[in-house]
Write a protein that binds this ligand. Structure first.
Ligand SMILES: [Zn+2]
Length: 217
């Protein structure tokens, strides 16, 4: 299999050592397999991710000698692409509006266990069209995806088999915030899929089964 790795920072500030380590490992892994290495700027939240920070990250990577292949996509410029996939999910009946406050905004960022992320209780899952119309008069909803009762398993290159039951450990998640900004969860999957990414290197703090002991320290 032809390896395609990537580094996809959110430019909400300068890179810290954790970002650099992640970029280095992702680059080393792809390059040692004679694979491609892509760079993508995850600036969905343009208020938090000004272009000046993205420019600094790009400069830092160049200085470090970590090169990439092809153009750099900026997620803030790809709304039309995400809307296309949102429409596909909607046609399949997998989306519903969620009027719950606050949590909606937090859920649009990359998932970190330290955020105290909770499984959505399904409060807005089965609202009637009348209830939706009534609530829409008061606030704009976020958009959630209805996860099936399925168990997903994949093999992590370091930790081995990883299994998650979607309804119990993930829950219905937000793909678009109430302010219209697409969530990481949709954008990343669409972008990785479209660019054929075969390998994702992340910090193990994002790996649920292994993150818990760290939180206790
Ligand atoms: Zn809700």
């Amino acid at each position: 299999m032809h390896t395609i790795g990537r580094f996809a920072p959110s430019p909400s500030g300068r890179m810290h050592l954790g970002n650099v380590l992640c970029a280095l490992l992702a680059w080393l892994s792809a390059r040692q397999q004679n694979g491609e290495f892509l760079l993508r700027i995850e600036d969905l939240d343009e208020m938090r991710c000004p272009r000046s920070f993205a420019d600094l990250i790009i400069d830092d990577l160049r200085w470090l000698g970590l090169d990439w292949d092809g153009e750099i996509p900026y997620q803030s410029e790809r709304t039309a692409v995400y809307e296309k996939y949102e429409a596909i999910l909607r046609e399949k009946g997998l989306l519903y509006p969620c009027f719950c406050s606050r949590a909606a905004l937090h859920a649009a960022s990359a998932p970190h266990l330290s955020d105290g992320r909770v499984v959505y209780a399904g409060t807005c899952r089965d609202l009637t069209p009348e209830q939706v119309a009534e609530k829409r008069r008061k606030r704009a909803p976020a958009t959630r995806v209805r996860v099936p009762e399925r168990t997903i398993t994949f093999t992590d290159g370091v930790y081995g088999e990883y299994t998650e039951t979607l309804t119990e450990e993930c829950g219905d998640f937000i793909i678009r915030r109430s302010d219209g900004v697409f969530a990481y969860q949709l954008a990343v999957v669409v972008d990785d899929g479209l660019s054929g990414v075969t390998e994702v290197v992340r910090g193990h703090d994002l790996h649920r089964q292994y993150a818990a002991p760290d939180l206790a320290v």
